[in-house]
Design a protein around this ligand. Structure first.
Ligand SMILES: Cc1cc2nc3c(=O)[nH]c(=O)nc-3n(C[C@H](O)[C@H](O)[C@H](O)COP(=O)(O)O)c2cc1C
Length: 350
C-alpha cells in the first residue's frame, strides 16, 4: 500500500508538471458562429448571468473543473481554487478523491476546499471504477453538492501503471445514483462523450453530462510523457467538445450538459451555451493562470469572463445565458462535416 500511495502522489504531481502539453487539435467551437443582433433592445443592467444549479445560485454558469488533491503540495492549490470560486461566485470540482479515501493523511487537500468556501457549490470526484461506498465517502468528505464520476479509459490505457479492466463501470454508476442523495455527473477527461455513452449513462439514471471533450488538456500526451515507449495511436483520439455537445443534444433527452474540454475564452463558453450547455467549465486554462500569475489574476480572469459574457448576451439579444440556446447558430467546418457524416446506424442498445 505505501508504494501505491507514493506512486499515486508522484503521478498527481507529474500531472501538474505536464498538463500544458497540447496538440490534439481544436475543441471544434471555432465552427460555431453566434449571430450578431444590431437592435438588441436591452440595457446592460437587463443582463442577468446568475443561474440555479444543484440547489444553489451561481453568479454565472461557470465551473472550475476537477484538477487536483492528494499529496501535501496540492493543499495550497486547492485552497486557492476554492477561494477563487468563492470570490467569483462560481462552482468548483475537486480532483479525484480516491487517494484520500485510501490514505486519510491526504484528506486535508480536499477538506480545505469546503473550509475556504463554506456556502459554495462544490463537487466531489471519484472514478467509475470506485465503489458506491467510496463515492459516498467522497461526497461526505467535502459536504459536496454533487458527485463527478470520471470516465478516463483512454488515459488509463496510456498510463504505464493504469487500469486495464473497465468492466462494471455502469453497474457502479447505477449504484452511486441509487445510494447518493446528491446528483451524479458523468464526466470525461478530454476525449468526449459519444451518443452511445450518453445513452448508457442515461439508462443508469445519470442526468448530468460533463462532456470533457477533445481540444484542451490531452491526457494521452501527458501520460506519454511519463512512459519510456510512446503510445502514438491516441493522438487526435476522441470527440471534440462541440461535437460531443451536439451528439448528446441529438438524443433529445431531459439532461443537463456541462461543456468542458479546451475552453480558454468566454467566446468559446458562449458558443457552448448556444449549443445547449447549461454550465461551462475549464480546468487547464484556469490552472495555468493560477500557477503562473496567482490567485488574484485568476479572480480577474473570471470576472472578465463574466463581463464579456454579458457583452455577448446583449449583442445576441439575450437577457440570460440560457437564452443563448434558443438563438440561431451557424455551424461550419469539421463540426458540420461530422454531423453530416454520421452513419445512420442504430445506437447500440445497453
Ligand atoms: C493537472 C490536471 C489534473 C486533473 N485531474 C483530474 C482528476 O483528478 N479528476 C478528473 O475528473 N479530472 C481531472 N482532470 C481533467 C479535467 O477536469 C478536465 O476534464 C480536462 O482537463 C479537460 O478540460 P480542460 O481542457 O479545460 O483542461 C485534470 C486535469 C488537469 C489539467
Amino acid at each position: 500500500m505505501p508504494e501505491i500511495i507514493a506512486g499515486r502522489g508522484r503521478r498527481k504531481l507529474e500531472h501538474l508538471r505536464f498538463f500544458q502539453l497540447e496538440g490534439n487539435g481544436t475543441n471544434g467551437l471555432e465552427d460555431v458562429h453566434l449571430i450578431h443582433q444590431a437592435l438588441p433592445e436591452l440595457d446592460w443592467q437587463d443582463i442577468d448571468l446568475s443561474c440555479r444549479w444543484l440547489g444553489k445560485t451561481l453568479a454565472a454558469p461557470f465551473i472550475i473543473n476537477a484538477l487536483t488533491g492528494g499529496p501535501p503540495e496540492t493543499i495550497e492549490i486547492n485552497a486557492a481554487l476554492a477561494r477563487v470560486a468563492r470570490r467569483t461566485g462560481i462552482a468548483m470540482a475537486v480532483g479525484s478523491q480516491r487517494g484520500a479515501i485510501e490514505n486519510k493523511a491526504w484528506m486535508e487537500s480536499f477538506t480545505i476546499t469546503r473550509r475556504e468556501n463554506p456556502e459554495g457549490l462544490l463537487l466531489a470526484n471519484v472514478g467509475a471504477g470506485n465503489s458506491p461506498e467510496d463515492a459516498r465517502e467522497a461526497v461526505a468528505m467535502i459536504a459536496a453538492d454533487g458527485l463527478q464520476v470520471h470516465l478516463n479509459a483512454a488515459q488509463e490505457l496510456v498510463m504505464p501503471e493504469g487500469d486495464r479492466s473497465f468492466r462494471g463501470w455502469l453497474e457502479n454508476i447505477k449504484d452511486m445514483v441509487n445510494i447518493l442523495d446528491v446528483p451524479v455527473i458523468a464526466k470525461e477527461v478530454g476525449f468526449g462523450l459519444s451518443r452511445e455513452a450518453a445513452l448508457q449513462l442515461y439508462n443508469c439514471g445519470v442526468r448530468i453530462f460533463d462532456v470533457g471533450g477533445r481540444g484542451g488538456t490531452d491526457f494521452a500526451a501527458i501520460e506519454n510523457k511519463r512512459r519510456d515507449r510512446q503510445v502514438a495511436s491516441l493522438a487526435y483520439w476522441g470527440l471534440p467538445t462541440a461535437v460531443s455537445i451536439l451528439e448528446i443534444k441529438e438524443l433529445s433527452l431531459p439532461v443537463e450538459i456541462v461543456a468542458t474540454g479546451g475552453i480558454r475564452s468566454v467566446l468559446d463558453a458562449a458558443r457552448a451555451l448556444a449549443l445547449g450547455a447549461k454550465i461551462v467549465g475549464a480546468a487547464g486554462h484556469f490552472l495555468k493562470i493560477l500557477l503562473e500569475r496567482g490567485e488574484d489574476a485568476l479572480v480577474q480572469e473570471i470576472f472578465d469572463w463574466q463581463e464579456d459574457l454579458k457583452r455577448i448576451c446583449l449583442l445576441t439579444g439575450c437577457s440570460t445565458p440560457a437564452e443563448l440556446a434558443t438563438r440561431r447558430v451557424v455551424i461550419t467546418g469539421k463540426t458540420k462535416a461530422w454531423l453530416e457524416g454520421i452513419q445512420q446506424r442504430p445506437l447500440r442498445q445497453v
